[in-house]
Design a protein around this ligand. Structure first.
Ligand code: AIF
Ligand code: ZN
Length: 360
């Protein structure tokens, strides 16, 4: 195998754990000695061993004079586990190939410095882009302390999310809905507005055949007007209810205690206030599943980093069918929010378009 192949293996070990390592990044490591893989590992859960520790344990004394391929710069700080950079020196590793350096200024380069001062040969940047994309949410949160926001919508080709009666089951295919569950599993939290709770009664969990950790369910509501028998309030995953300062104490008393109520100190549910609160709560990534008013408020606040838009090969017609994004239309095209298309994928019969805001 070539060096790039060993890094590809380390990246696939990391990719397999995206969604389960938060608030830590997903990391993979492969130890190679005399052209043989002698150890490999992924960081599996916060507080548990880092990828390098697992791979080096497996390598035993083959670690001496080995080359270690790791997708993120080895840590230098004493977190819940001792620093990997020190362990690599202790194990007398000869060479460390790193895909991406942690962009966090107060950790960047410290791990590499420890390795180089011990005479270990260090190379940085092999498959860097894949490694940075892999931990996009983590790096974003480290920088901004607010969640990386993905807006997800699913429409017919003529841009509708439901018929005039609100019927929307289903627009996209089973394949696309499984893909949605896989994306949910990669996020720390999933968000909907109260209209969607009332219209669709969504559960918002990750379910078979997709397997993964269900995100925290966030419901935005100005009046907490629910029976709390809705599926989003069941015990299948955590649920946070975000409301405004106007809601009365007795209203809040009606909320079952397994639901966390967060009161903003704003008159309405303002998106930036929501993101601040979620950031303070350690939410690194947020998947906004709808509905059209919520999408409108995130878009108008320009408070999104990625759009994942599914288009089904169906047409509903009708100005009275529900369009994908609510709110008021701007007057002029120049007020449009400019995007850049990053990717178009075919998922079963549907298209999945990934876009980001155009950099100003
Ligand atoms: N109508 C559709 C969607 N609808 C999206 C939301 O309105 C649904 O309430 C939510 O996905 C239901 O979540 P669940 O209960 O956990 O399955 N989303 C899609 O991708 N395709 C659709 O055809
Ligand atoms: Zn480490």
């Amino acid at each position: 195998m070539k060096a790039a192949d060993y890094m590809e293996l380390a990246l696939s070990l990391a990719k397999a754990t995206v969604g389960q390592t938060s608030p830590n990044p997903s990391v993979g490591a492969v130890v190679v000695k005399d052209g043989r893989i002698v150890g490999m590992g992924s960081h599996l859960k916060p507080g548990e061993a880092h990828a390098e520790v697992i791979a080096l344990e497996q390598a035993k004394d083959h670690a001496v004079d080995s080359t270690v391929y790791v997708t993120l710069e080895p840590c230098a700080h004493y977190g819940k586990t001792p620093p990997c950079a020190r362990l690599l020196v202790e194990k007398q590793v000869k060479r460390v190939v790193i895909a991406s350096v942690d962009p966090n200024p107060n950790v960047q380069g410290k791990g590499i410095q420890i390795l180089e001062e011990a005479g270990i040969d260090v190379e940085v940047g092999l498959k860097e882009n894949e490694a940075l994309e892999l931990n996009r949410f983590f790096f974003h949160y480290m920088h901004y302390k607010k969640p990386f926001v993905t807006l997800k919508a699913a429409t017919t080709l003529d841009g509708k999310i439901a018929t005039k009666t609100g019927d929307s089951k289903w627009i996209t295919s089973k394949d696309a809905r499984i893909d949605v569950h896989l994306d949910r599993a990669k996020h720390d939290a999933i968000l909907v507005g109260s209209q969607t709770v009332k219209a669709d009664d969504p559960q918002l969990t990750v379910r078979e055949p997709a397997v993964g950790t269900s995100p925290i369910r966030i419901v935005l509501s100005t009046d907490l007007d629910f029976s709390f028998s809705e599926r989003v309030f069941d015990h299948a995953a955590k649920t946070w209810l975000i409301t405004t300062k106007h809601v009365s104490e007795q209203r809040i008393q009606t909320v079952p205690e397994h639901i966390e109520v967060i009161q903003l100190n704003t008159d309405t549910v303002e998106i930036n206030a929501v993101l601040d609160v979620l950031g303070e709560g350690g939410i690194q990534s947020l998947y906004v599943e709808g509905g059209r008013m919520v999408h409108a408020s995130f878009i108008k606040a320009k408070a999104f980093h990625r759009i994942q838009w599914y288009i089904a090969p169906k047409m509903l017609t009708g100005i009275d069918a529900l369009t994908a994004v609510g709110g008021q239309s701007p007057e002029w095209m120049k007020e449009a929010i400019d995007l850049e298309f990053e990717d178009v994928e075919k998922i079963g019969p549907d298209l999945k378009i990934t876009a980001r805001q155009k950099k100003e």
